[in-house]
Structures are given as C-alpha cells and as structure tokens.
Ligand binder design. Structure first.
Ligand SMILES: [Zn+2]
Length: 310
C-alpha cells in the first residue's frame, strides 16, 4: 500500500516535470571577493551559482590560491574581478592556468567590476617604488561606497543579461528590487552618521577612502607609512604627534592586521581602536552587501558617539 502511494506520487512528479519547459542550468559565476559574490546573488537569484575565491576576512591583496580555485575558474561561465590591480598578485596565474577561454580578460565571460564606478586616488605623475604599493589605476577599495555597489550591480545585471538573454527581464527585476532596498538603507545610514560629519579619523590601510568620503568623515593619516608597508617607529611617532595636534580619537583597523601598533598609538593618544569589516564575510554579521554597511555604520556610529560626545 505504502509502495503504491509512493509510485503514484513519483509518477505525478515525472508528469509535472515533463509538462514544464526544461529550465536552463544556472550560470556558473566565480568572483574574486565575497562583496562581488553578494551582488551577483542579489541580481542573479537562482539563475546563477556563485562562488567567491577570497574570504572577506582575508587581505584581498594577498590571497593563497588554493588548488580548488583552479577548478572553479576552469568551469566558470563568468569571472567577476574587483580590478584596479587589487588581485594582481594572485588572479592572473589562476586565469592562465584555468585554460578557460571564456573568462580571460576581454573574453565574454570576464567582468572587471571597476569599469563603471567612482574611483578615488588615481595617481598623477610618475609612480615610483618609494611610494609603496600604490595602485596606478586608483584605489581598488571602491566597493565600500554604496553608490558604487549599485553601479557594480548594474554592470553585473548587464553582463548576466548578455550571457543569458532569456533571463534578462528576471535580472532587471532583481536589480530594481536591490536598488530599492539599498536606497532605503542608505537613507538610514546617512542619518545615523550625519552628526559626525567632518570628524577626523585614522585608518590602518587605505581601504576606506570611498566609505569615509560617502559619509563625510575625514581620514588624516594611516598606521601604514605607505600602502602595503608595515608600521615603522618613526612614522608611528609622527602619527601620534599629528593625532594629538588634531585631537583624533578613532583608529579604524581591518580584521587581518595586528592590533599591536594601533593599540600602542591608542594608548598614547586616548583614541579607540575599532575593527570594521571591509568586506562581506569580514565578520559573521556582514553576511551580504547591505548587512556589511549595516554592521560597519552601527559600530562606527557608536565609536564616534564615544569619541565626540555627540
Ligand atoms: Zn589596498
């Protein structure tokens, strides 16, 4: 009896499957970071299967390319990169070794997400080694401005629509929904940080220019003497003097740096050390692109409240 019921249910299931048009397999999307993966999921929904290579708690400049990365990249229909030389130390060999013609730079399955965003700190004049690890095509940490997140999502919508034209309306609708939710959240974030406009802060690496610019905060110095160069005693002393002169009470640090120097600076200046998530996955709570800002804005606002008394 039980068997009979089961076979009837199975037969009904088969009939249903046969009656519906065969759904195309989801596009295989590989992204270099979890921020890009989150945006690709927002736009792609169930028509994409997304894997991120770097984790959000890793320094995205230096990522150990695991053997599993090659397999993912070799099978990808679409590779989305941050660009602006962020992944220059680890992505090109992966792409070369993948033997996947589609996802080579310039290929139909390659998207450099930086092409349509607002880029800060584009250097003028000649770049020398003495400048540290300066990115010649500008600061690559641009995803930390929600307006750039919107532009990146639009670029992903266009690329997915190119690769799967039958789903273009679906991607357009998903993008519109993300755009609406992001705009609503932005109003909230702007209001939360509005009282602290113009407050001076220090950050460890130059990860935050787009973020601080968006919310009106003023970065007056860095724990790193130059991008990618570890703290030095003389730079640290200069920074302490400058922070005392300007009354800076907040040092923002990415989760992958040692807190030793920031804490030493804090103890000399009465500043607070605040670890923020620079990427989705940088902490458990920053599970997607909107939650990343939700997390950082909340933490930053309470630290700024303590620092300014506002
Ligand atoms: Zn950087």
């Amino acid at each position: 009896m039980r068997c009979l019921v089961r076979s009837v249910v199975v037969a009904a299931g088969v009939a249903l499957a046969m009656a519906q048009p065969q759904a195309a397999a989801p596009l295989r999307v590989v992204t270099t970071t979890e921020d890009l993966a989150s945006l690709a999921r927002e736009v792609g929904g169930d028509r994409v299967a997304v894997d991120a290579l770097a984790k959000g708690y890793q320094d995205p400049h230096f990522v150990d390319a695991k053997p599993s990365f090659i397999l993912l990249v070799s099978r990808a229909d679409l590779l989305i990169a941050v660009g602006r030389e962020l992944e220059i130390g680890w992505l090109p060999p992966l792409v070369n070794n993948s033997r996947n013609a589609k996802i080579q730079p310039g290929g139909s399955g390659y998207l450099d997400a930086s092409q349509t965003v607002k880029i800060l700190e584009i250097p003028t004049g000649q770049i020398t080694r003495a400048m540290g690890d300066v990115h010649p095509s500008g600061n690559p940490h641009y995803w930390l401005d929600p307006d750039n997140g919107r532009r990146m999502a639009a670029a992903i919508r266009d690329k997915l629509s190119q690769l799967a034209p039958a789903d273009a309306a679906f991607f357009t609708q998903r993008y519109a929904d993300f755009d609406r939710r992001l705009a609503e959240a932005q109003k909230r974030w702007d209001a939360t940080l509005a009282p602290y406009k113009g407050t001076k802060v220090v950050t460890y690496h130059r990860s935050w220019p787009n973020f601080m610019d968006r919310f009106g905060l003023d970065v007056i110095g860095y724990v790193e003497p130059k991008p990618g160069i570890p703290p030095s005693p003389s730079h640290t002393l200069d920074l302490i003097a400058e922070m005392k002169r300007l009354g800076v009470k907040l040092i923002v640090v990415e989760p992958y740096w040692s807190l030793k120097t920031p804490q030493a600076i804090a103890s000399q200046t009465g500043a607070e050390v605040l670890v923020l998530a620079p990427s989705v996955g940088g902490t458990k709570e920053a599970a997607d692109y909107i939650q990343l800002f939700e997390y950082d804005v909340k933490l930053l606002a309470s630290a700024l409240k303590r620092a300014t008394g506002k």
